[in-house]
Ligand binder design. Structure first.
Ligand code: FMN
Length: 230
């Protein structure tokens, strides 16, 4: 599936997919450090590098899974620490549904199967049972700048590609940080950092049906326009 260190950049980017099923096998700390060092070569606004990585495994991660699950089942409202915006509509909603349809089809989850859908959602709140979860945070003092989420996105994209190039799978996710107080407590996130996103990480389970799904993309000419080329 992945893990050949001789992969070209194009092979890594074309091959990478979000991984939502993992082997029960630990990830060595040195490998995560190597992946983070690669990711941190990303550009950032004025080289401010406003991000932090809280790399969590073992018992603290289990406490986060438990806390997230309990709060979700108790109907606790979303408590993200950043602006979420309006629910998606129009073309964005269409793409969101398209992605869910692809994943549910692979998992054999019918549209009206509430139980399986609930299981799927809870899986996300458990960080997909991955052995590692990396919480991405940023310096609160830079929270007024739109460059800050841009920089976090850049480094996180580099992180999932670097991980893939070393055989590791990831899924960037908001589910893991939707109950931010749980994460803040069990990962001891400092008060001067804002919790941005979670990345579940581990060795891909080749038998997990959603893992091979290649989520569709727009064509380049739907997203790009070229000016002054003719
Ligand atoms: C900011 C962000 C938030 C995301 N949140 C979730 C999430 O909460 N749960 C999930 O299963 N996937 C989540 N994803 C993964 C996207 O669904 C996925 O990247 C997209 O569908 C494209 O699929 P691919 O990564 O397999 O190419 C998120 C991705 C990003 C960049």
């Amino acid at each position: 599936m992945s893990g050949n260190p001789d992969q070209t950049f194009a092979e890594v980017v074309q091959g990478r997919r979000s991984i939502r099923g993992y082997l029960d096998k630990p990830v060595p700390r040195e490998l995560i450090e190597e992946v983070l060092a690669l990711a941190m070569r990303s550009p950032s606004s004025m080289n401010t590098q406003p991000y932090y990585f809280h790399v969590i495994t073992g018992e603290p991660l289990d406490r986060i899974r438990k806390g997230n699950t309990e709060r979700i089942l108790a109907g606790e409202p979303d408590s993200r620490e950043f602006r979420r915006g309006q629910p998606f509509s129009g073309k964005h909603r269409e793409r969101q549904i398209g992605c869910a349809v692809q994943l549910f089809e692979a998992m054999g989850i019918e549209r009206d199967d509430k139980e399986k859908r609930q299981d799927w959602v809870l899986r996300g709140f458990r960080q997909f049972d991955a052995p590692v979860c990396i919480i991405i945070t940023y310096d609160k003092e830079l929270s007024d700048s739109d460059d800050t989420p841009f920089d976090c996105g850049a480094v996180t994209t580099a992180l999932v590609n670097a991980a893939w190039s070393r055989g590791l799978g990831c899924v960037i996710n908001s589910q893991g940080i939707m109950q931010s107080p749980v994460v803040r407590e069990h990962a001891a996130i400092p008060d001067d950092q804002v919790i941005m996103k979670a990345v579940a990480m581990g060795w891909p389970d080749e038998d997990f049906p959603a893992n091979p799904v290649k989520i569709t993309r727009r064509k380049v000419d739907e997203a790009a326009r070229f000016v002054g080329f003719d």
